[in-house]
Design a protein around this ligand. Structure first.
Ligand SMILES: O=C(NC1CCCCC1)[C@H](C1CCCCC1)n1c(-c2ccc(-n3cccn3)nc2)nc2cc(F)c(F)cc21
Length: 233
């Protein structure tokens, strides 16, 4: 049985990533807000664009703390952020959705999201992803590393120096692999399972633009930042 050990520098890396992730948490209040009241499709769309806009800002701050990210070619930094923003948002949404809440609240939250204005056809893939994240019961460190690994995906569109991105992603993957072995010794496939979620995440990326334009309302308005990141308008 291979003895898995986290080295000193891996401990330091974990601390940097976990602290950055915890510092840049989106206020969990979107779930609370949704539980408080039933909103119209227009109000929900506005809530989504507000939450998504602040989440992109949070994501940029988090990314700046990933060791080596700021030494990447500047166009590549933008390409990585642009390429991962939607996935990071769905990953964050899945983590919000998976939080255990008092009895019945999770069901109400699901119902509010189902009736928020998103068209029916996207519900199944979206909730399948949320539930597949939920059953993993990820710890904060795993969530933080998974987000960093998603951002450091070398094969995003327009990335020029993919090797440089691989060199940053590799230590994150190695650390996450060790963490999974230590945190979930009874689930040897756990690490592979986490990476499988990233593949599922990419499919949501694919639906994203259509989910927006098919939101049950006319005249979808976006913030300038979302126009940049979401390739809309
Ligand atoms: O605000 C949300 N997510 C944020 C984004 C930033 C980080 C934190 C969460 C939304 C929310 C906006 C109001 C209506 C109802 C949905 N949300 C979503 C969601 C739904 C659809 C989309 N779409 C993206 C393109 C088209 N649709 N994105 C996120 N899933 C959620 C899961 C929760 F537990 C949950 F609580 C909210 C969630």
């Amino acid at each position: 049985k291979e003895k898995v050990e986290i080295t000193k520098e891996q401990q330091a890396l974990m601390k940097v990533i976990a602290d950055a992730y915890n510092r840049h948490q989106i206020p969990q209040d979107v779930a609370k807000k949704l539980l408080q009241d039933q909103y119209s499709a227009e109000e929900n769309f506005l809530l989504l664009t507000e939450m998504a806009t602040s989440q992109v800002q949070v994501l940029v701050e988090f990314t700046k703390n990933i060791p080596g990210f700021l030494s990447l070619n500047h166009e590549d930094q933008i390409a990585l952020l642009k390429g991962s923003a939607v996935e990071a948002m769905f990953l964050r949404s899945a983590q919000v959705f998976s939080k255990k809440m008092p009895n019945g609240h999770n069901e109400v939250l699901e119902d509010r999201i189902r009736r928020s204005g998103i068209s029916e056809e996207f519900m199944t893939p979206m909730f399948n992803f949320y539930k597949s994240i939920g059953v993993l019961h990820m710890v904060q460190e795993e969530q933080a590393l998974l987000t960093a690994i998603t951002i450091l995906t070398p094969d995003r569109p327009y990335v020029k120096d993919q090797q440089a991105v691989e060199r940053l992603q590799e230590p994150m993957l190695d650390l996450l692999r060790k963490l999974c072995v230590l945190q979930h010794p009874q689930k040897p496939q756990y690490f592979a399972c986490l990476l499988g979620r990233l593949t599922e995440l990419r499919t949501l990326n694919y639906y994203h633009a259509e989910m927006l334009t098919s939101w049950r309302m006319n005249d979808h308005k976006f913030t300038p930042l979302l126009c940049e990141i979401w390739d809309v308008e």
